[in-house]
Ligand binder design. Structure first.
Ligand SMILES: Cc1cc2nc3c(=O)[nH]c(=O)nc-3n(C[C@H](O)[C@H](O)[C@H](O)COP(=O)(O)OP(=O)(O)OC[C@H]3O[C@@H](n4cnc5c(N)ncnc54)[C@H](O)[C@@H]3O)c2cc1C
Length: 399
């Protein structure tokens, strides 16, 4: 088990200092979320309304630019700020945060594996908030079992012809660009997967019905259906076939810390709601927050959120720095923070009593939203499988 860093190359990675400039950006994010998300989130949830208006405000404030490098139209602030900003948005609505996060998720295969030309073409409109991206890996029969893809891409002259169906794709239908994973060599398993940039409007690209979800309902999830979609060869990420699995792996290592901070953000929001409620609810002639059993529940929540946050920040810093242990910590952070969010939302609802079971309080939505965190981007069981592989590796080196 690694406990520290043995090389100066990674010195300072556990320094989570927030500069004044970062703090200003985060305060602005809080303000936009309070003004724009809080009044609308119950309506958006009820009506499965995509947060276009909120995206407009984020774009005007330059918030999408936080997620990208300056040379590709981003603000050029610390990449660590991306996870902090996502954490803030999640405190107010996990559905909005999921749709924002999916833009980065869709862009990551291009950022990790794209050519300079592809980055210059596709990233700046995302950084300006003019376009939306989506990441299309999962299929009806390939969820946890990612290498079992059946979407196929066949080379024909200077194009690839894509056929297949992608399942549960966040932002599908609203997104302008899709990073789509498909087999270019059926006989090579994961080594035969390639990643393509598919653009909305390409002939043969269509979308399934809007999934009627339990939570994060303002985030749109649909199938992406590819029927003889002709993709020019210049849209093959990195212009190299059969290395898509590496792009997908790198993407997930980078994006799982996002899910972890989304979880700490949501848990923080739920914790705050629980404290607010416990301070004003009177039973037995006292505010319920004065009962020690209630304080213990809040103490457990506060402690677990903080532990999840530190793990999430560590994973984020490792992934940004390209640390060799990034995948291990990304899996640990995603597992612990998402399970913590589910537990915190459950207990925060419990502290609301019967009122928490109604739509009169935001905790009901937070409770429903939390569950997805243990499912998407690899279920908790899959994170444990990955951590387990490290356990085995460590075991062989135990003295
Ligand atoms: C709302 C939503 C948004 C999503 N957004 C995206 C997106 O934008 N892009 C994208 O590509 N995908 C997306 N997904 C897909 C998501 O990543 C998958 O749903 C997830 O990886 C699980 O796959 P599955 O649903 O097929 O479950 P399955 O893989 O069928 O798993 C079912 C159960 O079996 C368990 N299981 C499976 N294999 C193992 C194993 N080897 N060991 C132990 N347990 C195992 C799982 O943990 C789970 O409990 C989204 C899903 C949802 C619901």
């Amino acid at each position: 088990m690694t406990q520290g860093l043995n090389t100066s190359k990674y010195e300072g990675l556990l320094d989570f200092t927030i500069t004044d400039e970062m703090q200003e950006m985060l305060e602005m994010a809080h303000e936009i979320c309070r003004n724009e998300i809080v009044p609308r989130r119950a309506h958006m949830d009820e009506h499965e309304e995509f947060p276009h208006e909120i995206f407009k405000k984020f774009s005007e404030a330059g918030l999408f630019g936080v997620m990208f490098e300056e040379k590709y139209g981003g603000l050029g602030l610390s990449p660590f700020l991306t996870v902090l900003a996502i954490e803030v948005i999640s405190e107010y609505c996990l559905g909005v945060a999921t749709s924002v996060g999916a833009i980065k998720l869709g862009a990551l295969p291009i950022e990790h594996g794209g050519t300079e030309e592809q980055k210059q073409k596709y990233i700046p409109p995302l950084a300006r908030g003019e376009k939306i991206a989506a990441f299309a890996l999962t299929e009806p029969n390939a969820g946890s079992d990612v290498p079992n893809l059946s979407t196929i891409a066949v080379k024909k002259g200077d194009r690839y012809i894509l056929n297949g169906t992608k399942q549960w794709i966040t932002n599908a239908g609203v997104a302008d660009i899709y990073t789509v994973f498909a087999l270019t060599d059926k006989n090579k398993g994961p080594r035969g997967i390639s990643c393509f940039i598919v653009e909305k409007g390409m002939k043969g690209l269509s979308f399934g019905k809007l999934e009627n979800k339990m939570g994060i309902r303002c985030s749109h999830t649909r199938q992406v259906i590819l029927e003889d979609v002709e993709v020019p060869e210049e849209n093959l990420v990195g212009l190299k076939p059969n290395v898509g699995f590496i792009h997908a792996f790198k993407t997930l290592v980078s994006s799982r810390p996002f899910i972890a901070t989304m979880a700490t953000g949501l848990a923080t929001g739920a914790y705050k709601e629980a404290v607010k409620y416990a301070r004003q609810r009177v039973q037995f002639g006292k505010n319920i927050i004065t009962f020690q059993a209630v304080q213990h529940m809040l103490a457990d929540m506060a402690t677990k959120i903080e532990a999840a946050r530190l793990l999430a920040y560590r994973a984020a810093k490792y992934s940004i720095a390209g640390h060799p242990e990034a995948a291990r910590y990304s899996a640990m952070a995603k597992l612990f923070a998402s399970e913590t969010a589910v537990e915190v939302c459950n207990n925060a609802l419990q502290l609301h009593g019967g009122y928490g079971f109604t739509k009169d309080y935001p905790i009901e939505k937070m409770y429903r939203d939390a569950k997805i965190l243990t499912i998407y981007e690899g279920t908790s069981q899959i994170q444990k499988n990955e951590i387990g592989a490290y356990v085995i590796k460590d075991a062989s080196q135990l003295k």
